[in-house]
Write a protein that binds this ligand. Structure first.
Ligand SMILES: Cc1ncc(COP(=O)(O)O)c(C=O)c1O
Length: 473
């Protein structure tokens, strides 16, 4: 029997007068709470801008996803997309929950290994893997999803040098014919879902896949493990995901016909959305309470896989998924402090110390993060303002938001900001990156330190030859 502290805890959702998540809502004093902590207190104690993650919400999101798929499919493994939040503490929580991981690049792989993740539950994805990256994966026993024709030989050379075997998968370039006329979010430029998918750099054609499998079968150091695909966030319709899942099996049939090998596992990537009653996600396809749930995805994808496997007389493969934003997104909030409040002829601007460098999707993907005042979070809105940051570009993190009157020193929180925020934050204008606090019940602990000036300035060097010319009068 493991020690009680080693077991993942039971979860009891918080009691809130308004609920933004099982562990995020408006608390007894009217302020925004993350689990049992008043966000006003956290911002005053830890400073702003600040990311806050609810440990229990993260666990809850993972369990809901896992349980939904387990209810519909016999053999499922959830690999957390580390890129969505690669904090070490986050990875430790995922480990305790039993989640595997999708690693992209040497650093994400290193951090997952450093956190003690079982390497057999980690995959390495990437379109241009470096030799050192391949070696780290092979030495530690990760599955490498091949995404270039010369990758197999490079992998084998390293495996032979290390005198070991290596698990490989193959990232597919699915045809997605049924999505030829389907439209969604312009994630990969303009076009239908098929056109967007075709235009990305990812994946191997059917013929290339067959060639890789046939060659790999002759290589004693290679163990063929899976095929892989990632539909991405261009659609939030589970029917599109079911098309993709079905086609993974169609390709398994094609691969079996041309190689004799049937993929024992399919990894159907990430891109799974989540909805909130107040709206979240890309402005062009906002996810509200009609958004698909993990149950919807699980039901439709599992049925599609079963039907196609039955039609082709294939055994049901193990199913792997790589959700990122659906797990980490709703687990976090980002908090900014109000500074200058400006009124123009047609607009009012509320300046915050939080910006599009901290919530980069607001700028690059036109992403909607719902904003609430931290103090008196349920106060009725009285005006429409643009919530902007301190950068020298037009950094609108919350244009046209209905808010109560905000004054200098107030805090504003952006909800569902636990994914792709810290991990894709930028230092434009030499901004210092925020701290992240992990909340569990009434406990709040720093899991990412706030950057200091030395972290930004310390990386710059001045060649000595420039010193005299610059310092001399
Ligand atoms: C290969 C792969 N898997 C999983 C994910 C996670 O996607 P999401 O966070 O939308 O679930 C990504 C995101 O880019 C990805 O590239």
């Amino acid at each position: 029997m493991p020690h009680a502290k080693l077991r993942a805890p039971d979860l009891t959702p918080g009691q809130y007068s308004t609920t933004f998540g099982e562990f995020i809502g408006i608390g007894p004093n009217g302020n925004l709470f993350v689990d049992g902590c008043d966000v006003q207190d956290l911002a005053e104690k830890f400073g702003s801008p600040l990311y806050i993650i609810s440990e229990n919400q993260l666990r809850q999101n993972y369990r809901r996803f896992r349980d939904a798929f387990r209810a519909h499919y016999p053999d499922v493994e959830i690999l957390f997309a580390n890129k969505s939040n690669n904090g070490l503490a986050i990875r430790h929580i995922m480990n305790q929950e039993g989640a595997g991981g999708d690693c992209f690049g040497a650093q994400e792989m290193y951090m997952a290994l450093l956190a003690g993740t079982n390497p057999k539950s980690l995959v390495l994805n990437g379109s241009n893997k470096q030799d050192e990256e391949l070696e780290m994966a092979i030495a530690n026993g990760l599955c490498i999803n091949i995404d270039a024709m010369d990758e197999l030989d490079r992998i084998v050379a390293i495996a032979e040098r290390l005198n070991t075997t290596v698990d490989i998968g193959i990232r597919l370039k699915l045809d997605l014919e049924p999505l030829r006329n389907r439209t969604g979010v312009a994630m990969h430029g303009p076009g239908t879902l098929k056109e967007q998918s075709d235009s990305t750099k990812w994946g191997m054609t059917r013929e290339q896949t067959v060639e890789i499998v046939n060659r790999a079968k002759t290589m004693p150091s290679v163990v063929l493990k899976e095929t892989h695909f990632h539909l991405s966030r261009m659609s939030n319709d589970p029917a599109d995901f079911a098309v993709m899942a079905r086609e993974m099996i169609t390709w398994s049939g094609y691969i079996r016909e041309h190689t004799g090998w049937t993929p024992p596992c399919i990894d159907i990537g990430g891109g799974w959305t989540f909805g909130k009653w107040y709206g979240t996600g890309p402005n062009s396809q906002l996810d509200d309470d009609r958004a698909p749930t993990p149950e919807d995805y699980a039901r439709l994808c599992s049925a599609a896989i079963r039907e196609e496997a039955e039609r082709l007389n294939l055994p049901l493969p193990k199913l792997r998924l790589e959700p990122g934003r659906a797990l980490s997104g709703p687990a976090g909030v980002a908090v900014g402090r109000v500074g200058a409040v400006k009124t123009g002829q047609t607009k009012k601007w509320v300046n915050l110390d939080l910006s599009t460098n901290h919530l980069s999707w607001a700028a690059v993907l036109d992403w909607y993060y719902h904003a609430v005042p931290v103090k008196n979070a349920g106060a009725a809105p009285t005006e429409t303002v643009d919530l902007v940051g301190p950068l020298c570009n037009s950094d609108e993190i919350g244009p046209h938001r209905k808010m109560p009157a905000l004054v200098r020193g107030d805090y504003v929180a952006f909800l569902d900001a636990g994914g792709y925020t810290e991990s894709s934050a930028a230092r434009y204008n030499a901004q210092l990156l925020p701290a992240t606090v992990l909340v569990s019940g009434t406990q709040a602990e720093i899991i990412t330190e706030r950057e200091q000036l030395k972290d930004v300035a310390g990386r710059f060097r001045v060649p000595p030859r420039l010193l005299a010319g610059s310092f001399a009068a």
